[in-house]
Design a binder for this molecule. Structure first.
Ligand SMILES: [Zn+2]
Length: 192
């Protein structure tokens, strides 16, 4: 079993910090050590993302101000519960990506896509993004890669990369819409 296949068996669920936690506003630091500690955090973040479920999860969202995120825009997930009634999940298809120290090279076109965020649960809104992006990044072993992304994959890369710069998707909306959704979210949180 390879590393990315066994996260769903070996991962731990970790706390996702909610908006407006200050860690979500910080500009994150580059990853400089590609060690087991990093890979263990990646595994837990993937497990937590699929558990939620969500399409992406950035390190600042779990309280680590580091420039990396995990994502998967292409998976099939099934809820399972054991004899004690504990809820879990099983993935029959998945395509996890671990993007470390991303650097965007090219932006092309425009796409409007309805986004949500695990740090702002219950809030969804159309956001304008580049349709295609080229990104350079490192993997968990520090190896460099370049990828051309489009559609949902491109949207997700840009959303997660914003988290590394202390930006949540509400900041990409008009001030009016941002304030409305911000209030709506804070009110719902207060009542929860
Ligand atoms: Zn997000």
């Amino acid at each position: 079993m390879n590393f990315l296949e066994d996260y769903q068996l070996a991962g731990n669920e970790i706390e996702i910090f909610k908006y407006p936690n200050p860690v979500l506003k910080k500009v994150a630091d580059p990853v400089t050590e590609f060690n087991d500690e990093l890979r263990s955090l990646v595994k837990d973040m993937l497990y937590t993302m699929y558990q939620a479920p969500g399409l992406g999860l950035a390190a600042p969202q779990v309280g680590k101000s580091l420039r990396f995120f995990v994502m998967d825009t292409d998976y099939l997930r099934e809820e399972i519960s054991d004899a004690q009634g504990n809820e879990s999940y099983k993935l029959s298809e998945f395509n996890p990506k671990v993007i470390i120290n991303p650097l965007f090279k090219d932006h092309e076109g425009q796409i409007l896509y309805e986004e949500g965020c695990l740090s702002i649960p219950g809030i969804f809104e159309n956001v304008k993004r580049a349709e295609k992006v080229t990104v350079e990044y490192q993997d968990m072993w520090g190896k460099k890669h370049t990828e051309l992304a489009e559609g949902v994959f491109s949207v997700c890369l840009q959303h997660e990369n914003d988290h590394l710069d202390g930006i949540v998707f509400l900041e990409r909306l008009s001030l009016l819409k941002k304030n409305f959704l911000r209030k709506k979210f804070l009110k719902a949180q207060a009542m929860a």
